[in-house]
Design a protein around this ligand. Structure first.
Ligand SMILES: Cc1cc2nc3c(=O)[nH]c(=O)nc-3n(C[C@H](O)[C@H](O)[C@H](O)COP(=O)(O)OP(=O)(O)OC[C@H]3O[C@@H](n4cnc5c(N)ncnc54)[C@H](O)[C@@H]3O)c2cc1C
Length: 201
């Protein structure tokens, strides 16, 4: 077992220690045996999302009011979960991280209806989440983002190209960033949209 002395540091509370040690023991039987047994990485990723949800670990990705573990997202919990999973399986860490990243904008800025619809199934591992911000010419410089969104009747039309999108093709929803302001509006002209894969396909 890895050196876990750092869990005694005063930055952590008993729940953090419980999370790190509990997840480590759980991952040894629920993740490690499967890491190299599946050639289909998409299927394995979906499997890891499902079992992480069933194990209750994805509850750290959403707030308590919508099925989460704590009232607010707790960064130390997310870091501990990620480093614990990453030592067992890079893909399991990725699956955990993407559930948080693809639901984080909804947790932080979604309407009550959006939170109620999307966050509980993300926490249960029943919905795979994705986050689509990067573009061929907008990586670190997110303010250069060129995808546009304009209103059309009762909905919005998004036009542009995304790249590097983790969970693309297997996600149930995508939080997609697009420009709703003037072309010169930089970072302040960006909005986030929830795009359901079922409607998108
Ligand atoms: C495995 C993987 C998964 C990803 N998943 C997603 C995803 O799910 N959703 C999504 O939206 N994106 C995703 N990305 C994209 C990722 O967020 C971008 O790769 C990242 O933002 C960097 O953009 P870039 O690759 O265009 O590199 P660039 O922005 O072109 O940067 C290239 C290099 O230049 C450096 N650099 C850039 N600007 C400066 C500066 N001003 N000063 C000094 N150095 C600078 C950078 O540090 C980097 O080393 C993923 C990327 C990878 C590799």
């Amino acid at each position: 077992m890895a050196d876990r002395d750092f869990l005694d540091w005063p930055f952590f509370d008993p729940e953090h220690r419980e999370l790190a040690l509990g997840l480590e023991a759980w991952a040894a039987t629920q993740i490690a045996p499967f890491e190299y047994q599946e050639d289909d990485v998409d299927a394995l990723s979906r499997r890891f999302v499902r079992v992480l949800g069933e194990g209750g670990w994805l509850r750290h990705c959403v707030p308590a009011a919508f099925g989460g573990a704590r009232d607010r997202l707790d960064v130390r919990s997310l870091c501990l979960a990620r480093e614990t999973l990453a030592r067992v399986s890079g893909l399991a860490d990725f699956a955990f991280a993407m559930q948080g990243l693809g639901s984080g904008p909804i947790s932080l800025f979604g309407s009550p209806e959006q939170k109620a619809a999307y966050l509980p199934p993300v926490a249960r591992g029943e919905r795979v989440a994705a986050f689509a911000i990067s573009e061929p010419d907008a990586g670190s410089d997110v303010a250069a983002l060129a995808t546009t969104a304009h209103q059309d009747g009762g909905g919005w039309v998004l036009s542009g190209t995304k790249t590097w999108i983790s969970n693309a093709g297997i996600a149930d929803h995508y939080v997609v960033f697009a420009r709703t302001g003037e072309p010169t509006s930089g970072a302040k002209g960006l909005s986030a949209f929830i795009v359901d894969a079922a409607r998108w396909a």
